[in-house]
Design a protein. Structure first.
Length: 237
């Protein structure tokens, strides 16, 4: 469902971040991408939802040739792909539930019309998503009253409420303490098993990658240096 074929990516400054990437990821897989800082993990993930353009090769996502999308097509394509960042990217001065509701609306015109207009079923959906990640009791708290781990779970709930096929997570636990990082990884694992969404996580903690992901892909200087089931990869790393 995600297929990289001979993909190269060079930034305008001449840095080649991805070299000859060939990779297939099936629906429902839970994949960790590991590698040192600067290896190309973030670039790899961000090409999938067209945050970055590739220069050569083809990248197919759910039958769509990502490089060929134009204008509005990019936006509707991205609605089926959830994105989670290291820094949570929430609207901190409003409630948890409002943050989740934002993901359920087609565009910002809805948001500007006022939150009171969210249909009841969207609210139910948002509350269910919060329940799935164990923070239903925080629904009406302001985001800036929550801990880092709780905020990342809000970001995950926001993504779930979007009902994507794929969740991309760029270092989602890098700013959390080790205990909280595991709580958040447990949530990712649970969501993957319950919903069959594909999950791709960039993570520089090798131990967490091996513990939680089913498949681990290692990148070094823009190239894939290993790719296999966690049990097998743990022999090599
Ligand atoms: P990682 O996520 O593994 O830390 P990145 O994908 O962020 O790696 O970076 C891969 C390489 O591309 C690095 O050399 C980085 O400096 C470079 N790079 C990343 N983003 C940009 C950008 N927007 N412009 C130029 N170079 C970039
Ligand atoms: P995040 O913490 O949200 O993953 P990063 O700190 O990795 O963000 O990168 C922030 C932005 O800077 C990204 O858009 C990335 O593409 C860009 N960037 C990263 N490395 C470089 C670089 N060497 N030159 C230019 N831009 C870069």
């Amino acid at each position: 469902m995600i297929e990289f074929k001979d993909v190269n990516k060079t930034y305008p400054n001449g840095v080649t971040a991805l070299k000859n990437i060939n990779l297939t990821i099936d629906q429902g897989e839970f994949v960790a991408i590991i590698g040192l800082s600067g290896a190309g993990k973030s670039t790899l993930i961000r090409c999938i939802n067209r945050m970055h353009d590739i220069n050569e090769g083809t990248l197919m996502v759910n039958g769509v040739d990502v490089g060929k999308l134009r204008g509005k097509q990019v936006r509707s394509f991205r609605r089926k792909i959830g994105m989670i960042f290291q820094s949570f990217n929430l609207v901190t001065r409003t409630s948890v539930i409002n943050n989740v509701l934002i993901s359920t609306v087609p565009d910002l015109a809805w948001w500007r019309k006022g939150l009171g207009l969210f249909p009841q079923e969207k609210k139910v959906d948002a509350l269910e998503a919060l329940d799935k990640v164990g923070i239903l009791d925080k629904a009406y708290n302001r985001v800036d009253q929550l801990s880092g781990g709780q905020q990342q779970r809000v970001a995950l709930a926001r993504t779930i409420a979007q009902h994507p096929d794929i969740i991309l997570a760029d270092e989602p636990v890098a700013s959390l303490d080790p205990v909280t990082a595991k709580v958040v990884m447990d949530d990712f694992k649970k969501i993957n098993k319950e919903t069959n969404m594909s999950i791709l996580i960039n993570i520089h903690h090798v131990e967490l990658a091996l513990e939680y992901a089913d498949r681990v892909i290692g990148i070094r200087q823009g190239e894939i240096v290993y790719d296999g089931k966690s049990e097998e990869v743990s022999q090599e790393v």
